[in-house]
Design a binder for this molecule. Sequence first.
Ligand SMILES: CC(C)(COP(=O)(O)OP(=O)(O)OC[C@H]1O[C@@H](n2cnc3c(N)ncnc32)[C@H](O)[C@@H]1OP(=O)(O)O)[C@@H](O)C(=O)NCCC(=O)NCCS
Length: 223
Amino acid sequence: MIERILPAGVAVSEAFADLPGTDLFPEESRLIETSVAARQREFSTARRCAREALGILGLPPRPVLPGRHGAPQWPEGVVGSITHCAGYRAAAIARTTDMMLLGIDAEPNTPLPEGVLESIALPGEQRRVRVLNRTAPGVHWDHLLFSMKEAVYKSWYPCTGQRLEFEDADISVDPDTGRFTARLRLPDHPPQAALPSRLEGRWLAHDGLLITAISVPGARPGG
Ligand SMILES: CC(C)(COP(=O)(O)OP(=O)(O)OC[C@H]1O[C@@H](n2cnc3c(N)ncnc32)[C@H](O)[C@@H]1OP(=O)(O)O)[C@@H](O)C(=O)NCCC(=O)NCCS
């Protein structure tokens, strides 16, 4: 499903259920040995997806451990992202020679809890979401906006080391084309000259899930 919103050259693997017996490397197992069972399952299946995606790029299996602020650590020359939510796990990776930024996110197609939209969305985003919730039912546009912001963050942080706040990205969604734009509102932009201040993304709603992806092609600054 997620390959529909990512360009060629991005290797993806996704799962809609947890399969028992997913092998973890010892250093991965240690990370989740005291976690609740649900976290152990999502972590393990996401690692299986990550290793499948690495295999598609011709890379051997290896541990995928969290680095600074939780960002997944990929082998040298690889950029990538992981997501999991109820009923869905996925990993997407690419060569840093092909892809500058890559971030994916999945959320259930349900409304956000009361009051959350106001805390994650700019006033203009809130207005646009409310119009879409009235005029284009079937998609919970508030939760989709949240997912888009998460995808932006997951693409941006590993490259820049910059932790974005929700108000740092102003998102405009095209309800008809499955595309969206994130305009970054950073005082010191760009932290790396080659990085754009508008990120193009794609989204889809399918089978109770909202899936979003940011992919910015081009060689990653610094490799
Ligand atoms: C880190 C964060 C983005 C994860 O998103 P989420 O929707 O809660 O959870 P998901 O299941 O989709 O993704 C979890 C995966 O994100 C990845 N992740 C965690 N921290 C990350 C970071 N700093 N950078 C990139 N990826 C990160 C990890 O691979 C993690 O899976 P793992 O723990 O099994 O390795 C989110 O919890 C968060 O901190 N958000 C606040 C910041 C933000 O979104 N700002 C909006 C800016 S516009």
